[in-house]
Design a protein around this ligand. Structure first.
Ligand SMILES: Nc1nc2c(ncn2[C@@H]2O[C@H](COP(=O)(O)OP(=O)(O)O)[C@@H](O)[C@H]2O)c(=O)[nH]1
Ligand SMILES: [Mg+2]
Length: 425
């Protein structure tokens, strides 16, 4: 696709029209729209409502696709020119960082994770590793961590206003809800800080002043490990291939934590259909054409993304919409389903990247290549019988099936479809 100088591309009009393709079957089905649309005049109304942004866009060029719009990935590589560089300009790196939210009390797990991740990835690439905390880091934490990271460390105190209730929240109602969740024995149901953490990861961390110039971040939690060698520079792969969001594990959420998240999300997209990407990943998150959420989500404790995604008008408005509903506190909405729904609806599916065969382990789930030859080539030290990635309870197979992607589970498939994994082996 060739882009015109003002960013307007006539191709978009055609592409936007295709919203009535596979994904739009999902949207049109939502909330019984199809039943409503029986009536001819209603059908006309619906068509006008849906098409009006298209008509407006076709008339006004780039007005729908704002500078930040993510339906169009072009220009990702050049958009960051002029930002202060984090690395030497000769390094060839972008402004990408490893990023961890962590408490001082998690120092031992943190050290273990750093040492292992340096072995499997970062000793080759030396990315900076930045740490965030809602409290001040202790001197001991900073010293122990700094001496182990190969690319430099930075410590960020999360400002209090990002770790508290927004003004609209009724704190008594929130406390009553926590008590209720606690009685039902929902994981972290009683925890206030867990909710601050989920809200922070959903809609605030990328607004930290310190992250202003960051492009991609790789989220890594204390206690996780990667039991295979990661053989390519995942940041650069994503940059060069216009990938915006990468995941590893995918599984089903406990529905009790998000009873109203799906309907709220659908409500948002009905009001803002212009934010639905063409050829998106919606079929990954619903099995019944959009009536309900199948609870599949990318497990965000592993996550690599370009911050442009979160900083887009689409995501920003979505987060604001969710925040206004109060579900981070009246329920226990996690950042994983929030990120997943946003990425699955707003991003073109080919901007999602599955990071295969890393041997990733976050309790209680382990990734471990089931094919022995793959394990050997990637120097994995894990038990394939413990692999969760391709287990029937995992959602990863669904991602591959609905998108018709070949699985990266054999050396033959890696050679044919994912050769970058083997380039440095
Ligand atoms: N600084 C800080 N980090 C937290 C807090 N709660 C959770 N985290 C971090 O947020 C991430 C997710 O928390 P975790 O307990 O692992 O939740 P889980 O992965 O959903 O079981 C981890 O990196 C934690 O270290 C908190 O109160 N303060
Ligand atoms: Mg965790």
């Amino acid at each position: 696709m060739k882009e015109q100088a003002n960013g307007f591309n006539p191709e978009h009009c055609r592409v936007y029209g295709k919203l009535f393709g596979p994904m739009n079957r999902v949207l049109v089905n939502l909330g019984g729209w199809r039943r409503l649309a029986h009536r001819r005049y209603l059908r006309l109304l619906v068509a006008v409502a849906i098409l009006s942004p298209l008509i407006f866009y076709c008339l006004h060029g780039s007005s729908i696709l704002s500078e930040n719009d993510l339906n169009e990935n072009q220009g990702l590589q050049s958009v960051d020119v002029g930002r202060p560089k984090i690395y030497e300009s000769t390094s060839g790196k972008g402004n990408d960082i490893l990023l961890t939210l962590v408490r001082n009390s998690e120092l031992i797990d943190m050290i273990d994770t750093i040492e292992r991740f340096e072995r499997s990835f970062n000793s080759k690439y030396h990315y900076q590793w930045w740490f965030m905390n809602d409290e001040e880091f202790t001197e001991k934490f900073k010293e122990e961590v700094s001496s182990r990271v190969s690319g430099g460390a930075r410590f960020i105190k999360v400002p209090g206003e990002m770790w508290t209730y927004p003004a609209n929240i009724d704190k008594e109602k929130a406390a009553a809800s926590r008590e209720d969740y606690s009685k039902k024995k929902v994981m972290y149901g009683e925890s206030e800080s867990y909710r601050f953490m989920c809200r922070f990861n959903s809609g605030l961390f990328y607004k930290l002043n310190e992250l202003r110039d960051v492009e991609y971040y790789w989220r890594i939690e204390p206690g996780v490990h990667f039991d295979c060698g990661i053989t390519y520079d995942v940041f650069q792969y994503m940059r060069q291939n216009n990938k915006l969001y990468a995941f590893n594990m995918a599984l089903q959420e406990d529905v009790r934590t998000i009873p109203s998240l799906w309907n709220t999300t659908i409500e948002f997209f009905k009001k803002n259909p212009q934010y639905l990407a063409d050829k998106n990943n919606a079929e990954f998150v619903t099995d019944d054409g959009g009536s309900s959420y199948n609870l599949c989500h990318f497990w965000s404790n592993f996550e690599i993304a370009n911050l442009r995604f979160y900083r887009s008008d689409a995501y920003d408005k979505y987060f604001q919409y969710l925040d206004d509903k109060g579900g981070f506190f009246y329920e226990r909405w996690g950042d994983a389903p929030v990120h997943t729904l946003a990425a699955s609806f707003m991003l073109p599916v080919d901007s999602l990247h599955f990071v295969a065969n890393t041997g990733y382990m976050h309790n209680p789930n382990q990734d471990c290549p089931v094919d022995e030859e793959v394990r050997d080539i990637l120097h994995c030290d894990c038990n394939p019988r413990k692999d969760f990635t391709w287990h029937k309870w995992s959602c990863v197979s669904k991602f591959f099936d609905v998108n018709n992607y070949p699985r990266p589970t054999s050396v033959a498939n890696l050679k044919e479809y994912y050769p970058y994994v083997l380039e440095n082996t």
